[in-house]
Write a protein that binds this ligand. Structure first.
Ligand code: NAD
Length: 292
């Protein structure tokens, strides 16, 4: 008889829509099984119209917690009891932890990005970074990097619907952290060159480079990079974007978005179970290679 799931098994959810394509259930269930933890992780199709009931369900059914993805990340906070400093500042929750009926909201995307840098021996603390993009992924990275001690941050964005959010993020960083943040229009190529030149790390947090913008990059050309610049991308499909292809050509140490994806999961896993995700095992099983 199968013994994997019993009457004692604890459940972790994932509430989003669409969500059937997600790799998170495979990742967390593999980690539970590998460590012999009596937990299961299941995805539930929940959008904004059923979100409040789903959160009530987490309480009523005593789930250990849940991941939260689109379109619920920026909405779910109002149904929770507490928010972590990062979730509060980012204005988004990707992880719920149920502490005896008290639901805490966390944002582990930025933690995942910062941890993936560490795992790859990149130390941006006390230094300057330039980051392009101020959407969901960008904001999480920017806030966490500032909270963790990045000294200076130059954020570039196009003048689209995310511009106001970028301004708000810069305001929050300068007001609530010791990091000095500035916002630039991505159309200002002189500023882009100057800010990259004085940075230790350059990050892409836009979807430029993945479908439908695969093969494209906002980077004008390779002359903006130098071999000792660290270059990272949040995109992991494809594993090598046009941006990373150019960085590799220049000889930059570089990293794609697999690391952020893995470590945001590891941070949530730790919050639910108190245990470290078996990172090296996960990299092997999931075939993850994120840096060169
Ligand atoms: P989003 O829609 O919230 O933000 C999109 C950002 O891209 C905005 O800053 C927008 O201004 C910018 N942008 C859009 N079109 C642009 C263009 N043509 N030129 C320049 N900038 C442009 O998206 P998101 O959720 O922040 O996701 C962004 C990327 O990060 C996606 O590729 C996503 O797959 C990836 N991501 C990765 C992880 C991970 O764990 N590795 C997590 C979240 C998101």
């Amino acid at each position: 008889m199968a013994e994997r799931l019993t009457g004692h098994t604890e459940l972790v959810g994932l509430i989003a829509y669409p969500i059937r394509h997600s790799s998170s259930p495979a990742m967390h269930n593999e980690a539970f099984a590998y460590l012999g933890l009596d937990y299961a992780y299941l995805a539930f199709e929940v959008d904004n119209s059923t979100l409040e009931d789903a959160v009530k369900g987490i309480r009523a059914l005593k789930l250990v917690g849940s991941n939260v993805s689109m379109p619920n990340k920026t909405v779910v906070g109002k149904y929770l009891d507490k928010l972590s400093p990062a979730a509060e500042l980012v204005g988004a929750v990707n992880t719920i932890v149920n502490k005896n009926g008290v639901l805490e909201g966390h944002c582990t995307d930025g933690i995942g990005y910062m941890q993936s840098l560490k795992d790859y021996d990149i130390d941006v603390i006390g230094k300057k970074m330039t980051i392009v993009g101020a959407g969901g992924a960008g904001t999480a990275i920017e806030i966490q990097a500032a909270l963790d001690g990045v000294a200076e941050m130059s954020i570039f964005n196009i003048r689209d619907k995310f511009w106001d959010n970028a301004q708000e993020t810069v305001r929050k960083i300068n007001e609530k952290t010791n990091c000095k943040a500035k916002l630039f229009d991505l159309a200002d190529k002189d500023a882009l060159r100057a800010e990259i030149e004085s940075s230790y790390l350059l990050a892409n947090s836009t979807g430029v480079g993945m479908k439908p913008l695969e093969g494209q990059t906002w980077l004008p050309d390779a002359s903006y990079l130098r071999p000792d610049l660290i270059v990272t991308d949040t995109v992991y499909a494809p594993a090598e974007t046009e941006f990373l292809r150019i960085a590799k050509q220049v000889g930059c140490k570089n990293m794609n978005g697999f690391g952020m994806m893995l470590f945001q999961g590891a941070a949530a896993f730790k919050l639910w179970t108190g245990q470290d995700m078996p990172i090296e095992h996960m990299k092997e099983v999931l075939g993850i290679k994120y840096g060169e």
